[in-house]
Design a protein around this ligand. Structure first.
Ligand code: DGL
Length: 427
């Protein structure tokens, strides 16, 4: 390659790299400049100088898909609560804790920002989600108010947000000097592959287009297996632009879950055939919040493909499924225990109950463009630039079961009983 061209590429990548870092630096400086937590994208710094054990745990996702992770958090019983030893004791592991859930519904799907060339804006959105959980500022639809409890730990329930934002959030938390634990579903999923993945065969990752584009799963699975002294198998990914929406019942999609699952299962195997000839799929990572809800349909699809001579050489006799949600819950338990942040017997959380918030478009924000149904206009959504942290084109408002978007309500009521109960469903 010509010398001048090489120098140009080097300068360009340095410029891109600096611009990317600006996203984190800007939010770190902005929140530090508003230590009372009364401005958008800020939190009350002094809260974290006291004991934080009595604070709730924050969980966020791009929308309501992360409620599958919350269901895993509410139901996990993999440890003895008092001795902290592994094994079920009949009491949910987080029974004493309270959770604050936030879904950035107005700005989703996160999985499509990378294809639109707006990864920088996505990273800013993800950092803002974390700051919302750390802070006390929320919106009642008319005005911003104080009073939301801050959190002692942040669980990134979204695979795409973990892939693009985990390191940024950890860097910001460190820069602010906060004793806050940050857990992401992708790291936890990689640990799940180590502990329960198939003994033979390739690993397949089914996720959003954005998660796959980030390469986070292959990197973390490879690193986790390698550190444990295990051989790293072939790892194949397939990004679906449709499956999450179909599972949620988004009217923009006409396929059934079974049809879409069959299409994506086949596409994953075709990719495996091209990328790793001669390999058979032995482990499937359900690398998107919604996919555990379609596990039955995916399993049926792989069973059908196993009976098809064109696909049977690509599949092991049994497929081990890894659901990162369950591994995230285990990781959180371990990290809280290690940091001495679990509530002990007799202690209670400052937040009396679990609580839920969703973002909604803010029609009063100047320049905002809305679609006919009141959601953010698609072009507007995917062409925004990072940098204006005082601008609030979406607002984080409380969510009750009755106000759940119709597409997700059925899913939560039927498939996530503990979350439905915590949301006050049926009352
Ligand atoms: N929650 C996202 C994930 O787990 C899926 C939906 C989206 O693209 O926002 O990757």
């Amino acid at each position: 390659m010509h010398c001048a061209m090489r120098a140009f590429i080097l300068l360009l990548s340095l410029a891109l790299c600096c611009r990317a870092d600006d996203v984190v630096e800007r939010i770190i400086a902005h929140a530090a400049a508003h230590p009372a937590g009364d401005a958008p994208v800020s939190f009350e710094r002094a809260v974290f100088d006291k004991d934080t054990r009595h604070l709730p745990i924050g969980v966020f996702d791009s929308g309501i898909g992360g409620l599958t992770v919350l269901e895993a958090l509410l139901t996990l019983d993999a440890f003895h609560n008092d001795s902290l030893q592994p094994g079920a004791d009949g009491v949910p592991d987080f029974a004493r804790e309270r959770f604050i859930y936030f879904g950035d519904q107005a700005n989703m799907p996160y999985g499509n920002y990378s294809a639109a060339g707006r990864t920088d804006y996505l990273r800013e959105l993800i950092l803002k989600d974390a700051v919302f959980l750390l802070g006390s500022r929320w919106h009642d639809g008319k005005a911003a108010r104080p009073g939301k409890p801050p959190v002692k730990a942040i669980v990134i329930a979204c695979n795409t947000a973990t892939a693009y934002g985990l390191e940024d959030i950890r860097a910001a938390v460190k820069a602010w000097g906060l004793p806050v634990i940050v857990i992401g579903v992708v790291e936890a999923g990689a640990r799940g592959v180590l502990e329960t993945g198939g003994k033979t065969g390739a690993v397949g990752v089914l996720a959003t287009v954005g998660t796959c584009a980030s390469g986070a799963y292959p990197r973390l699975i490879g690193g986790t297996l390698g550190l444990a002294g295990r051989d790293v198998p072939a790892i194949t990914q397939h990004g679906s632009a449709a499956l999450a929406g179909v599972i949620e019942g988004d009217p923009g999609f006409t396929q059934s879950v079974a049809e879409c699952a069959a299409q994506e299962a086949r596409a994953l195997l075709e990719t495996l055939r091209q990328e790793a000839p001669g390999q058979r799929l032995g482990t499937l990572v359900l690398g998107c919040t919604h996919y555990p809800l379609a596990r039955g349909e995916l399993d049926a699809a792989f069973t059908t493909l196993r009976a098809d001579p064109r696909f049977s050489p690509l599949l092991e006799d049994t497929l081990a499924y890894v659901d990162p949600a369950e591994w995230t819950a285990r990781e959180l338990f371990r990290e809280l225990a290690k940091a001495g942040l679990r509530l002990k017997a007799g202690e209670t959380c400052d937040a009396g109950a679990h609580s839920f918030s969703l973002s909604v478009p803010n029609p009063a924000c100047s320049g905002v463009k809305l679609a006919e149904d009141g959601s953010l206009d698609r072009d507007y959504k995917y062409t925004r630039l990072p940098g204006d942290l005082m601008r609030e084109d979406t607002l984080n408002t409380p969510l009750k079961a009755a106000a759940l978007p119709a597409v997700g309500r059925n899913l939560v009521e039927k498939r996530l009983p503990e979350v439905w109960r915590a949301l006050g469903g049926g009352q």
